[in-house]
Design a protein around this ligand. Structure first.
Ligand code: COI
Length: 355
């Protein structure tokens, strides 16, 4: 569905890399398609979007993004159905969220017509990179960086909005165990936790490395003031199942308003699953784990979709979660992916066809 007549300057790649790509062995985010979209902001306006062969950028070493981290991004996916039709999942939400993130980082808003015109042209050019079959998708990474030269600490007057695409399979390979954070924090009230700001991710790497040394793959971030409430996993929102009740934290200025998260909430309501959106305390989850009432923890996000957690650590103790035949994680993954791959009715109007 082409939404506008916005012109996009297209320069096609002379050759394609697709023949040299092993689609059966894709590590997440390592291989990129033949083209990328770029749109420059200068003289107070976004210029004509361009699509050009994927490749390195040349930038001044003093560009603001390198010094002050003025950068935001999004994560989206395109899916191909059995009839070779291409689908996006709730792309308007990603468009709105990147501008919300940009606003918080003092980056000018990107026009909707440019976003959809550039994205759709790019996907049409690189459509062969989207493979059919559950689990195959094209991960789409829109982002904005401050490119103006000069190291004065002020918002830039020049930016690049770009979209790059990477064929994807699973995000996490292997089992995921998480550590409940007791010392480090991801986000604070009044901060940028709700935004997909590049720096939110950089700040997680060091504590996550420490957790990895202890045998965990991810951290579940707790509130910065007390570390008593479980908030999100940084690359995922997080859900807990105690008995048959599903619980997840409400969004706030510390928690990302995840597209997969809110889709799960909508599906839970549709299927009458007992759901509570409220603060989740470390204490209740540890007690539920001890009593056997804690059935599941799973993360949700565009890259990972739904990722079951096999165990967690807190206060020096490790807890294992049961292996369930009829998990909520499996149920929601099945419902969501069938909608994404055009194999089930789309009563919420989440699918968006690219043609
Ligand atoms: C996504 O799920 O798209 C994310 O943004 C996580 C990312 C850091 C891989």
């Amino acid at each position: 569905m082409k939404t506008s007549t916005t012109p996009v300057d297209i320069q096609k790649a002379a050759t394609s890399k697709i023949e040299n790509t092993d689609f059966n062995n894709l590590a997440f985010g390592q291989v990129f398609t033949d083209h990328m979209m770029i749109c420059d902001y200068k003289d107070g306006a976004w210029q004509t979007p361009k699509i050009q062969p994927y490749g390195p950028l040349e930038m001044d070493p003093s560009a603001r993004v390198f010094h002050y981290g003025q950068a935001v991004f999004e994560g989206m996916k395109a899916f191909k159905d059995e009839e070779d039709q291409i689908w996006l999942f709730r792309p308007e939400d990603n468009f709105e969220r990147i501008n919300k993130s940009s606003e918080r980082l003092a980056i000018p808003a990107f026009p909707k017509e440019f976003f959809f015109a550039g994205l759709e042209e790019l996907l049409k050019l690189d459509k062969d990179w989207i493979k059919k079959g559950f689990g195959n998708s094209l991960y789409i990474r829109p982002f904005v960086i401050a490119t103006e030269a000069g190291v004065s600490a002020a918002p830039a007057k020049e930016y690049k909005f770009m979209i790059i695409c990477s064929p994807a399979q699973a995000y996490y390979s292997g089992e995921v165990r998480v550590k409940f954070s007791e010392e480090y924090s991801r986000a604070a009230d009044g901060g940028v936790g709700f935004a997909k700001a590049a720096g939110n991710y950089a700040a997680q790497f060091y504590p996550t490395n420490l957790a990895k040394d202890e045998g965990f793959q991810q951290i579940i971030w707790t509130d910065a003031n007390t570390h008593e409430y479980l908030e999100e996993a940084g690359t995922m929102n997080i859900f807990f199942r105690v008995g048959d009740k599903l619980i997840t934290a409400p969004t706030s200025d510390r928690i990302l308003d995840g597209v997969t998260r809110k889709s799960i909430i909508a599906l839970a309501k549709e299927f009458n699953i007992d759901l509570e959106v409220r603060r989740v305390s470390v204490k209740e989850i540890v007690e539920a784990a001890k009593s056997g009432d804690l059935k599941e923890i799973f993360g949700s996000g565009t890259a990972t979709v739904i990722n079951p957690i096999v165990g967690f650590g807190h206060a020096g103790k490790k807890y294992d979660l049961p292996k369930l035949e009829d998990s909520y994680a499996g149920f929601f993954k099945d419902k969501l992916t069938k909608i994404q791959y055009n194999q089930a009715a789309d009563k919420f109007n989440w699918r968006y066809q690219v043609k």
